[in-house]
Design a protein around this ligand. Structure first.
Ligand SMILES: C[S@@+](CC[C@H](N)C(=O)[O-])C[C@H]1O[C@@H](n2cnc3c(N)ncnc32)[C@H](O)[C@@H]1O
Length: 338
């Protein structure tokens, strides 16, 4: 339940603290506005930190840096609100934003190397860690599910790299959503039905040539919704709306995996492909607004240093206890020499 327990006000900055009673105590989300510097933003901190003005000042300094963004030409963008208003403030500019994004991907080579911006070589490492993350999440969140009845959604699927190398190994049926015709055509050619040695159909892939902001998941269809390297194309409002539709599209116990580039702070606007790389805090704000909870969070390892960090989030519609996978107990017994 959300309840306003107190309101803070400072001289240069106006700060509103909205306090929420949570199971772990009280958390506080701060909304701040500086009339002098024309800045606005929000962050979440502990109740104690908010009460301690000195400490709060430190947090607030951090906030200033956290909310500020950059574009790919090195220009500073004061807040995410200012950025979205500038680029997608009315219906015409919003449409242009999405068209430019799709045009960018329509011009790349329709291959794994093309959709990974020339970094096709990282695909194997990416899939290995995704597979480990997905397996761990399925084990604890869907322990009784049978592969034969499992369905997944691959969002912004490109040439079907994730479906082919990851999802088809876990799910009986995969729906693939991709707005760029040339890319989805390659996926269609590549992901024809798979047959086992007896000639029985094993996997089915369905194709939807459509952008994510327009896709409506059928009610309670999916065990897992996989969103990788495409959510940056969606505006904040469309991300939240998609989360709301996705929640209805999940089966009981189903979950969403978001795997994305993450900025160190604030956000980075790419004016070439018209996407935004968000910070971890930014993503968590969107999850909260979309009514999703972070069940598991892990960082990808082993990618080239020049790339953004890549994080994997497992998101659930209800708060779930994170169960750490137990290591097998060491038994104090002599080994058998054969
Ligand atoms: C970096 S590629 C990633 C492709 C795939 N997810 C993968 O990991 O191999 C980005 C993909 O996002 C798609 N995309 C662009 N705008 C989109 C939108 N509005 N909705 C869904 N996908 C979008 C592009 O067409 C492209 O296939």
């Amino acid at each position: 339940m959300q309840e306003v327990l107190g309101v803070g006000l400072r001289t240069r900055w106006k700060i509103w603290g909205v306090f929420e009673r949570t199971t772990g105590g009280v958390s506080c989300s701060i909304q701040a506005l500086s009339s002098e510097r024309n800045r606005a933003g929000s962050l979440t901190c502990s109740f104690q930190a908010f009460r301690d003005w000195k400490e709060q000042e430190v947090i607030f300094e951090g906030f200033e840096r956290m909310d500020e963004g950059l574009d790919s030409e090195g220009n500073t963008l004061p807040t995410r609100e200012v950025m979205w208003e500038t680029y997608t403030g009315d219906e015409k500019s919003r449409e242009e934003w999405y068209t430019k994004g799709v045009n960018y991907w329509s011009a790349v080579e329709a291959s794994v190397d093309g959709v990974l911006g020339g970094y096709g070589s990282i695909s194997g490492r990416d899939v290995t860690e995704s597979n480990k993350f997905l397996t761990d999440c399925l084990k604890t969140l869907k322990p009784d599910s049978h592969e034969s009845s499992m369905v997944a959604l691959d969002c912004g699927a490109g040439v079907g790299r994730v479906t082919k190398n990851l999802l088809m190994h876990h799910f009986n049926e995969v729906d693939l959503v991709e707005p760029v015709q040339q890319l989805i055509e390659v996926a269609q050619q590549d992901l024809h039905l798979d047959f086992d040695s007896l000639g029985t159909r094993m996997r089915k892939v369905n194709f939807f040539n459509c952008p994510l902001q327009e896709y409506v998941p059928p009610a309670e269809r999916y065990d897992v919704i996989w969103i990788q390297w495409c959510i940056g194309h969606l505006t904040d409002a469309d991300v939240i709306e998609f989360f709301n539709r996705a929640k209805l599209g999940l089966k009981r116990g189903g979950f969403i995996v978001l795997k994305e580039n993450v900025a160190k702070s604030g956000f980075v606007l790419d004016k070439e492909d018209f996407s935004v790389t968000r910070s971890d805090q930014y993503f968590r704000d969107l999850f909260q607004q979309g009514g999703l909870h972070v069940y598991q969070h892990r960082k990808q390892t082993g990618f080239p240093r020049e790339l953004f960090e890549v994080h994997m989030y497992c998101l659930t519609t209800e708060v779930k206890k994170t169960t750490k996978l137990r290591k097998a107990k060491k038994v104090n017994r002599p080994g058998i020499i054969k």
